[in-house]
Design a protein. Structure first.
Length: 317
């Protein structure tokens, strides 16, 4: 009787012990699976840029260092081209608070036109508020200008392109032209021309995106930071207030069903270009939401951008 009870207790202790071990194994397997899934997501987000034979790549070229932060850009260029090539600077979006250059792609149409491509990263809101991102994009452009000879790039054929917050930064960097108010260490760099801007559903009026009657976003107030209630400062970082007759030719595209950045902002930008007599082209995408167009719409958009750039004689091809 006593022996039987002892055996039962012994059996109970062994089962509990096994249960604990099984739980530990389950936790370890779960963690390994989670890590693997995250790794797969990160890998899927990264787009490896395929560039033509004869091109070279400078990956993570440091265009500026600020405290512990290094501003980097990936530069794809053709050192063997018979004459210096035009260059397009690509700027990712993400409400100025997230995003990274490694998620960007779709540069093949520019390579086919003989362009060099510079893919930029910049300080996000968590690292520095406005106007830091503008300063960084300008620095990335001027770094390439300073090294144009080595990169076989024509500093007078610069195109700046971006979507969403990247569209805003492309507009700011381009519309500033040779105005060096945000250029910091690169203030003395001369001898370059912003030849064109490609704005994809970019924010044109930061104050309106923060407090306007249409769609608003906390991304705007967060990016403005301590100056979130300063309308004059917001105006100083809003592209629509920099448009003038001599502004670079600008291609604007926006989906008319965009739930993130008001479609009206692009309408107002086009109106401003027309008022001052500057060159621009506005493409409205029917039913297009924020950066999500159909394959057919994207194909047509690529053709339109190609034709626009050729119409202002930027490609060498």
């Amino acid at each position: 009787m006593f022996k039987c009870a002892t055996q039962q207790v012994s059996h109970s202790y062994s089962s509990a012990d096994n249960l604990i071990i099984m739980k530990k194994i389950f936790v370890v397997l779960f963690l390994l699976l989670a890590v693997n899934l995250f790794a797969q997501q990160d890998t899927a987000a990264v787009k490896k840029v395929k560039y033509p034979v004869g091109y070279e790549a400078k990956i993570d070229a440091v265009y500026i260092e600020i405290n512990d932060w290094k501003g980097r850009e990936d530069i794809y260029y053709n050192p063997m081209a018979s004459k210096p090539t035009p260059v397009v600077f690509n700027i990712h979006g993400g409400g100025w608070n997230h995003g990274e250059k490694e998620t960007q792609g779709g540069f093949t149409p520019f390579f086919k036109l003989g362009f060099a491509v510079a893919n930029i990263e910049y300080r996000l809101t968590g690292q520095a508020t406005a106007p830091a991102a503008i300063e960084d994009v300008r620095a990335a452009i001027l770094y390439v200008v300073k090294n144009a000879k080595e990169l076989n790039i024509d500093p007078n054929k610069i195109v700046v392109m971006g979507g969403s917050a990247g569209g805003h930064l492309a507009l700011m960097a381009g519309l500033l032209q040779n105005d060096n108010q945000f250029d910091g260490a690169y203030k003395k760099v001369k001898g370059y021309t912003i030849a064109a801007i490609i704005d994809k559903y970019g924010i044109t009026d930061v104050w309106d995106w923060a407090y306007g009657k249409n769609i608003t976003s906390k991304s705007a107030t967060n990016w403005l930071g301590a100056k979130a209630k300063d309308s004059i400062f917001a105006k100083s970082v809003s592209p629509i207030y920099y448009v003038k007759k001599t502004s670079p030719p600008t291609f604007i595209v926006h989906g008319d069903a965009d739930p993130v950045v008001p479609f009206q902002q692009s309408i107002n930008l086009k109106k401003k270009f027309d008022e001052v007599g500057a060159v621009s082209q506005f493409t409205s995408v029917p039913g297009g939401v924020h950066g999500k167009f159909t394959k057919e719409q994207n194909d047509e958009l690529t053709k339109s951008i190609d034709a626009f750039l050729k119409s202002i004689n930027i490609p060498n091809n």
